[in-house]
Design a protein. Structure first.
Length: 116
């Protein structure tokens, strides 16, 4: 079955950096776009970044452009989110997701907390 496992979340000071990873299994990873979402306390889940199957098409939410970079390693079945210049408003639980056979699959998420 499809499994997504995120890692790399931590408590970091404003201006710091983190690299999130999402290890995928149970489907042909290289054939599917992958996305990162985040959810802050009391807020709806928000799409942060999407990368196409071979990485040629990437999109970001406006608030992270120039600070976050999504990438993938199809040989390792892993998608990454490099987060630089972190701000307190980046605090939240970060999830990777894939849409496979008409259904969205989510990992359990990894917590990112940015202190001011």
């Amino acid at each position: 079955q499809v499994q997504l496992v995120e890692s790399g979340g931590d408590l970091v000071q404003s201006g710091g950096s983190l690299r999130l990873s999402c290890a995928a299994s149970g489907f042909t990873f290289s054939a599917y776009p992958m996305s990162w979402y985040r959810q802050a306390p009391g807020k709806e889940r928000e799409l942060v970044a999407t990368i196409s199957a071979f990485g040629g098409n990437i999109n970001y939410v406006e608030s992270v452009k120039g600070r976050f970079t999504i990438s993938r390693d199809n040989a390792k079945n892993t998608v990454y989110l490099q987060m630089n210049s972190l701000k307190p408003e980046d605090t939240g639980r970060y999830y990777c997701t894939v849409r496979w056979v008409s259904r969205n699959y989510w990992g359990p998420g990894t917590q990112v907390t940015v202190s001011s």
